[in-house]
Design a protein around this ligand. Structure first.
Ligand code: CA
Length: 225
């Protein structure tokens, strides 16, 4: 006896279709949440007015969206950055810019404000201050409060080119807040959701710790030039 179109069969088919749809939706939404990883923006973030290391005419631009409060950024700065600098920045192939991200609230904002102020005061002092401030990030309990004006002035006093009195006054007056806000606009514009986000000529690195992939992106970009 044929049991064509039995109610049971229909229920099974409908259930399978629903399950398939749910799986498809989950896959699509997962892909969307990672959509900026590995993608390339047609227009890369403007580095005008940003602290930039290397030859300003270098053919390739690497941008870091980072946060002084972010432990992963500190690790990137010690494990990847020096290699990038010696291989590509020092050889004139890459210029490197740092854009502030304020994912850790008030302390991120204070650190960024201080860094922007140092940059404004003396661009040559910026990278030493940048490195010294990251160095102060505690290796444990990084969520504990550590970016304070006192800490900033202590760090700044180790960099000879910085006038700490002027720095203190400028921080208290929020003098460079527009630069901090400009960076936040770039974070929104480029949909930055994780720090560090590393871009090579607008291409977002899927894994910022994969130096081979960064190298490949740079070499590809050099060939396009
Ligand atoms: Ca900036």
């Amino acid at each position: 006896m044929k049991r064509k179109n039995s109610p049971f069969k229909i229920v099974v088919v409908v259930t399978l279709v629903i399950v398939a749809l749910i799986i498809a939706l989950v896959v699509i939404s997962n892909n969307n949440s990672e959509s900026d990883q590995g993608m390339t923006f047609e227009k890369q973030p403007s580095t005008e007015g940003q602290p930039t290391l290397g030859d300003t005419n270098a053919p390739v631009t690497v941008v870091e969206f980072g946060d002084f409060k972010c432990p992963a950024c500190k690790v990137w700065g010690t494990d990847i950055f020096p290699q990038l600098v010696s291989d590509y920045v020092d050889t004139g192939k890459v210029k490197f810019s740092f854009i502030n991200v304020l994912f850790h609230g008030q302390e991120s904002k204070l650190g960024s404000l201080a860094a922007e102020t140092v940059y404004k005061q003396n661009p040559n002092a910026y990278w030493d201050f940048h490195k010294a401030l990251f160095k102060e990030q505690p290796s444990e309990n990084h969520d504990s409060s550590w970016i304070t004006t006192e800490k900033i002035l202590e760090v700044a006093s180790t960099v000879p080119e910085i006038n700490t009195d002027k720095l203190k006054a400028a921080i208290e007056n929020n003098s460079e807040i527009n630069e901090v806000n400009k960076d936040s606009e770039l974070v929104t514009e480029f949909n930055v959701e994780v720090t560090p986000t590393i871009m090579v000529n607008g291409k977002v690195m899927e894994d910022p710790y994969d130096y081979d992939a960064i190298q490949k992106a740079i070499e590809d970009a050099l060939e396009e030039n």
